[in-house]
Design a protein. Structure first.
Length: 299
């Protein structure tokens, strides 16, 4: 066989093996994608383990489906009473609620209670994580506050961190379609969509075709009518700063009640060190945002 034909055969064989390997990677990605997206710490966590005052933390349980119970905390700014503003906090994709002690403490110092539930599979909560499950459970958490505890919508601030920003945006969007407007929406280090974030990290994969969970916040936020605050680290290595800017730009300029949207760049922060590097700036942004909200009508 001529050398040229042998080389062609070898090239074809190498190309076939390469395509086969790539196909194998695609199959592996499809099968394991939720393990790549979600990083739960399933251990049960107690408030004193993470430096929170247990006297101001009420253990919560929320049954969201048959044999599926979420565990959470109601962290009060003042012992024995609820504050006027309640922050419903949706954390990022890793760990459990104990990892959010710093932001909980900061909100409490600013006079706001914090209610946080661990997602399915996290922090003692049962079940398995998925976008559909988180969407369902976010509504259940809202109903827990709004109906079970008679907290009015204009008292509840939705606050999402990273992937939790996608959950919080979906909740705000769902509420908008029910003509319910929460007090505000705060997004920190949040992607435009999980597809966009996936493209950034896996440029060689067709993630837009493969992803099951997508969190398309940039498609939903134009319809969100509550006051908006977006914070994003300019050195974010997980969710590019430009995605935070794009998400902010897609939102309405003002809320339904006339509060202008606000964007706060955090120049020295990455994705996971915002509270360590820019805690004072975050606190100041929260204070300004709280001050911009209309007063709560007497009950």
């Amino acid at each position: 066989m001529p050398l040229r034909m042998r080389l062609v055969q070898l090239a074809r064989r190498a190309l076939f093996l390469l395509c086969l390997a790539y196909l194998g990677v695609l199959v592996l990605f499809v099968g394991l994608q939720r393990r790549l997206i979600y990083g739960p710490d399933p251990r049960l966590v107690m408030p004193q383990e993470v430096g929170l005052d247990p006297a101001r933390v009420e253990q919560l349980y929320l049954d969201v489906a048959p044999q599926t119970r979420l565990q959470g905390w109601w962290c009060r700014a003042q012992h024995g009473r609820s504050s006027e503003r309640i922050v419903l906090l949706f954390p990022g994709n890793a760990g459990h609620r104990g990892y959010r002690a710093a932001i909980i403490e900061q909100w409490n110092r600013q006079g706001c209670d914090v209610v946080i539930f661990d997602y399915r599979g996290y922090g003692g909560s049962s079940g398995k994580p998925s976008e559909a499950a988180f969407t369902h459970d976010a509504i259940a958490a809202w109903e827990f506050l709004h109906h079970t505890h008679s907290i009015d919508a204009d008292q509840i601030i939705l606050c999402g961190q990273s992937l939790g920003g996608g959950v919080a945006t979906r909740l705000a969007w769902d509420l908008q379609h029910r003509q319910i407007t929460p007090a505000g929406l705060i997004l920190r280090a949040t992607f435009t969509s999980l597809v966009d974030a996936g493209r950034y990290h896996y440029r060689w994969l067709p993630v837009d075709l493969l992803l099951v969970d997508r969190y398309p916040s940039i498609e939903r936020i134009p319809e969100v009518g509550c006051p908006l605050l977006v914070l994003h680290g300019q050195r974010d290595e997980i969710v590019p700063f430009t995605q935070g800017e794009q998400l902010f730009q897609a939102a309405p300029a003002k809320s339904h009640n006339g509060v202008p949207k606000t964007f706060v760049p955090l120049p020295n922060a990455g994705h996971n060190d915002i509270m360590r590097v820019h805690a004072l700036e975050v606190a100041a942004a929260h204070e300004k945002f709280l001050a911009s909200l209309p007063s709560i009508a007497p009950r």
